[in-house]
Design a protein around this ligand. Structure first.
Ligand SMILES: Nc1nc2c(c(=O)[nH]1)N[C@@H](CN(C=O)c1ccc(C(=O)N[C@@H](CCC(=O)O)C(=O)O)cc1)CN2
Length: 297
């Protein structure tokens, strides 16, 4: 499907996530018939309302597909040792077949140290150094270790809507851990075959990069950083950024990285909300189910 009438085709993440979850529900039922119950654990540290809402959403999704839920919560002033202890408990818990530590962790917590302590076989986020390393090493073959959820969601959406990726110029904006740094590894695998440029705050002329992109993945967390005048007509634009801004009515609203007007230039556009976010959640469940399937043989 391509754009018609000058407006972008919507990359509908809610519909795509529903399809992913329907498939997973069947696979979970098959696992349960074999006596295997996949279980997702979450570690939430602190009282950030956004993080708490994401974690609640993850457990709602689990209930939808038949995955068991294990919730661990710690106060914002939890020590590094307390966070590490919870990770160790989930590593040892047979009811937990995969888990995540909700990010960001409060200031003062060593995030990398925490992520390193997650058992790579239970790493539902695909962010353990071993799994990121496997992604680097296995660029030529089917990767069987968990993949980071948002990059996986971006590629799934692009492929579902048949956005051409073979030989495409992809510009990623943002070099964060959960998206920017790893997405290039997936997009440059031989079965995808895109060419990737990773732009960030040190990039000299972002607009020049954007203007030649066939696909833009905006994951900077800077509202409106991708402007209509910088998007090549017909390009696919995926809005992954999430920023909390205060609206005209004084209320906080979530906003993405893509400025209004891009929908009139782009060929495909993932809305925000309703685009990559729901896919991030659905592919987290996929990582949990696949880990349980691998463990069950
Ligand atoms: N351990 C992790 N922490 C974080 C990740 C991650 O992948 N693993 N990503 C983000 C937050 N995140 C998942 O945790 C996430 C963000 C957004 C959505 C989502 O579905 N958003 C909706 C809108 C929700 C709203 O309106 O409040 C959408 O885009 O439609 C899901 C998951 C940082 N932390």
């Amino acid at each position: 499907m391509t754009a018609a009438g000058g407006r972008a085709v919507v990359l509908d993440g809610k519909a795509a996530a529903a399809a992913v979850k329907a498939d997973l529900a069947v696979r979970v039922a098959a696992l349960r018939e074999r006596g295997v119950v996949p279980g997702l654990g979450t570690v939430l540290v602190g009282d950030d309302p956004g993080s708490a809402a994401y974690v609640r959403g993850k457990h709602r999704d689990c209930a939808e597909v038949g995955i068991a839920s294990i919730r661990v919560e710690l106060p914002a002033d939890a020590t590094q040792a307390q966070v590490e202890e919870k990770v160790a408990e989930l590593n040892a818990d047979p009811a937990c077949t995969g888990f995540i530590v909700q990010l960001p962790l409060p200031a003062g917590t060593d995030t990398n140290r925490v992520l390193e302590l997650v058992d790579p076989d239970k790493d539902a986020d695909g962010l353990h150094p071993t799994n990121l390393g496997r992604l680097v090493l296995r660029v030529r073959e089917e990767v069987t270790s968990p993949l980071p959820c948002t990059p996986r969601g971006v590629i799934d959406l692009l492929q579902r809507y048949e956005v051409p990726l073979d030989g495409a110029e992809v510009v990623v904006v943002g070099r964060g851990t959960t998206v920017g740094r790893s997405i290039g590894l997936l997009l440059t695998r031989r079965d995808v075959n895109a060419t990737v440029t990773l732009c960030h705050t040190g990039t000299r002329d972002l607009a020049a990069h954007l203007r030649r992109a066939d696909v833009v993945v905006a994951a900077a967390g800077v509202p409106g950083i991708v402007r209509a005048e910088d998007v090549r007509p017909g390009a696919a634009v995926l809005d992954v950024g999430v920023s909390r801004v205060v609206g005209a009515d004084g209320k906080a609203v979530l906003t993405g990285d893509v400025a209004p007007g891009v929908e009139d230039v782009a060929g495909w556009l993932s809305p925000n909300p309703g685009g990559v976010g729901p896919m991030t959640r659905a592919l987290l469940l996929a990582n949990v189910v696949e880990a349980a399937e691998r463990a069950a043989g």
